[in-house]
Design a protein around this ligand. Sequence first.
Ligand SMILES: [Zn+2]
Ligand SMILES: [Zn+2]
Ligand SMILES: [Zn+2]
Length: 156
Amino acid sequence: MESRIDRIKKQLHSASYKLTPQREATVRVLLEHEEDHLSAEDVYLLVKEKSPEIGLATVYRTLELLTELKVVDKINFGDGVSRYDLRQEGAAHFHHHLVCIECGAVDEIQDDLLGDVEKIVERDWNFKIKDHRLTFHGICWRCHKKSDEKTENDKQ
Ligand SMILES: [Zn+2]
Ligand SMILES: [Zn+2]
Ligand SMILES: [Zn+2]
């Protein structure tokens, strides 16, 4: 985690920003919750647990700065809430999401998988792809398991 913070610090420096203690507190929360997709309010509540002096506006500005510097990506799963998602280091494109319509769980696919699609789009539309957002909506394996178990129980 420390080396990751160091690299983010360098990213900020190369854009002439400092990793102030407030910014660092926000970055730490994002790293500690890398699996999650936190809203600005979620991040703020977690930052506040350790650093009660930091306000929502500061956290919000930090998140916007980190978005600008491509440390995080801002995403929306259709519920009107902007969420902040750490970008995988060295990944050319943003990862994909599987959103469960039953339980709301969000899983990530880190493999790009879109190589062939990207080639077709670039060729047929003469379009240079820089990034993409891909969210699948469906029913996750946990919910499948639950409904399988329920069917089993109903049979008995
Ligand atoms: Zn994600
Ligand atoms: Zn891609
Ligand atoms: Zn589910």
